[in-house]
Design a protein around this ligand. Sequence first.
Ligand code: 0A1
Ligand code: ZN
Length: 876
Amino acid sequence: MRDAEPVPVRLADYRPPAWLVDTVDLDVSLHPTATRVISRLALRRNPEGAADAPVVLDGDGLTLVRVALDGAPLAGGAYEATPQSLTLRAPTADRFVLEVETLVNPTANTRLMGLYRSSGNYCTQCEAEGFRRITYFPDRPDVLSVYTVRVEADRAEAPVLLSNGNLERNGPVADTGRHYTIWHDPWPKPAYLFALVGGNLSKVPDHFVTRSGRPIELGIYVEPGKESRASYAMDALKRSMRWDETAFGREYDLDVFNIVAVSDFNMGAMENKGLNIFNDKYVLASPETATDADYAGIESVIAHEYFHNWSGNRVTCRDWFQLCLKEGLTVFRDQEFSSDQRSRPVKRIADVRTLKAAQFTEDAGPLSHPVRPDTYREINNFYTATVYEKGAEVVRMLKTLLGEDGFRAGMDLYYDRHDGDAATIEDFLAAFAEATGRDLSHFALWYAQSGTPRVTATGAYDEAARSFRLDVRQETAPTSGQSEKKPVMLPLTLGLIGPDGADQPLTLGGSNMPHPVIEVTEAEQSFVFTGLDARPVLSLNRGFSAPINLSTNLSDEDLVFLAAHDADPFNRFDAMQGLALRLLKTGAAEGRLPDATPLVEAARRVLTDTTLDPAFKAQALALPGENEIAREIATDVNPDAVFTTRRALRAVLAEALAAPLGETYDALTTTSPYSPDAAAAGRRSLRNLALDYLTSGATSEAIARAQAQYGAADNMTDRFAALAVLSQHDTPARTEALADFYRRFVNDPLVIDKWLSLQAQIPEEGTLERVKALTLLPVFSMSNPNRVRSLVGAFAVGNPTQFHRASGEGHNFLVDVVLGLDATNPQVAARLLSAFKSFRQLEPARRASAERALQRVAVTPGLSADVADIAIRSLS
Ligand code: 0A1
Ligand code: ZN
């Protein structure tokens, strides 16, 4: 039997709740298998809800003990209880207190939603619909309540007891060995922001004083012994708190802010009010165990969850269709934070790489959906790159259109007007429209229309008229469920670069442009720039101002010119990528790489330019990944051809640039102690990129250099980069290094994840067998989401040649894992299954194999709603 036949929920069917809950008093008595939850709900009929509607509370797998109304026990006939809902049959007053007692079993909770145990500690995850697995409740984000929570547990089992808000009281429970704490959160919140933690955890304490002088007690709770690994997260938290004050004028609003790191978590982290719960991967770091990328990830996830305090908690979502209201905005905010803390251009390049890899791929396949979907069967499947990353791009475009001041005025109005509300995208856009006087009705299409616009820009210089004509055409291909597409509003930042490499003044329609942004609103539009003495080179969509697929009539020579001269670092990077993609596409189609001299020379210039930031160089010199090349090819993709061509191009670059690469590697070799700051990380990234190129020929000298780096490294970034390089070459050095790494870190699960993931991505025939063997090791566990993602997820997403093996074995393996996992953790199983999201772009034999694999899932009886939904949509 399926969990529940996935019934579509539609945005158009939204109705305000019939009943509101003003206050929630919870009494949770923790027990490994029989946790008792007593909830007292002050219910009130919503004047805006359907009149006469009965009280219906959501539940999920609950065992009901008793129900009382205004203190009087309710007889069985007065209500109807199923594990999924509790309905009051008798008419009630318009206000009353409902008391409900339920039992839950946290130890049996393998889905990691609701109340569960991780390494023996109790924790909760309530977004999106987990609160109903703790107690019966109107579990929807537009029901906001003030919570008071008493948590009780055996003192030895759970010396630390936390919930949202401020601590009011704590003490022993006489003669029982148990103790309790009482927490009060004065800010009304939806149930999805509820959290509770109990366990044996160590507190890393700190303090923060807000700009208006409110002292805040900060705490990061980790497994005892891991305290020293929380210091970077704490530093990132304090920087985030200060940044939100200066960048958005938003202060923290409770006396305490706690973060708890747990090792079993379905996602990255969760923004519960005053009590964020984190996947420990985004908290714990030390130079010996975490890479520069891990440090950057911690900084951005800590910031992301903290920023939700305003974008998500103080102003929440009316319903789950509005998820991007908090997620897109909060991703935008965390991207801006990281840009301010690090290098803005390098951060933008990294974000666009992520956007293209995850979101453009999603939008080009059967799982494509609008930033604000209008229907879903399983909301857990909508925590997607489209809602998060494209959602952030839409906010970024708003800022480009409205300018710094207009954007800030709109944000201020949005926060002030909707503080304490459950808002919609319409509310969000209205705030910007009112604050700036702009009509955003056309812009709003970005939320409703799915698919990545394809934009063709053709430039022509008219020497006689000293003008440059730019013709822009936009088109969005039909996507799943949307056959008709309209033109969207595209803010395109641009420059026209003169022969000397300098930006020319932009004169459009006879006037100087105050901002270098054109707004495209039609399917076809032309812009004529005047006053140009020589043919300029067009630099369009600077900073990736609109999330589009852009093709231009720029020649290879123009791209080489842009790579050398563009004042916009993003477009310098993009010109390099564009040159490489042209070669790779042709190479994969024809089985032979065209002449790569223009790219080689552009790369040489970047590599040897002493004015450029090493982190930028590393990005510009990294070839597009196999998945990106496949996306560019778009149809009948043969992953083996993509792989071979990419390898060939890497070898050409490595050979031609051997000398400057060697010099770069040596020049960046340092004896300074490790620091995770952006500048040092940038130098390591360039040095490690050089190592990768230098090792591409696998000469014994090159392998020895990688081995030496592996052995001598005093930090995980350099050690792991060397291991990654070694893992790509089938030599005894690889076997040795992998064995050594395992011995060193066998007791450190987060480091073992790196080891698993690396092996899963080896592009060799033997990898599937290797992955299967790794699943049998004691360090691996199907019940831990991080392990599963690191091994199986990395294989499916990061190893296209082996996952899409022509034999279909890779596909079958994934399906076996998905079906096995579905019974215990459907959310993680469904995410794994979405690795098939671009199967339609494969060549016919592999496409058919993927389709058969998906069919095998779809016809399996007893699927979860999560997996059934992905299977059905992938096949549609
Ligand atoms: N709101 C969180 C994401 C999140 C969603 C669902 C979860 O369930 C397991 C957990 C976290 C964020 O954006 O960080
Ligand atoms: Zn978020």
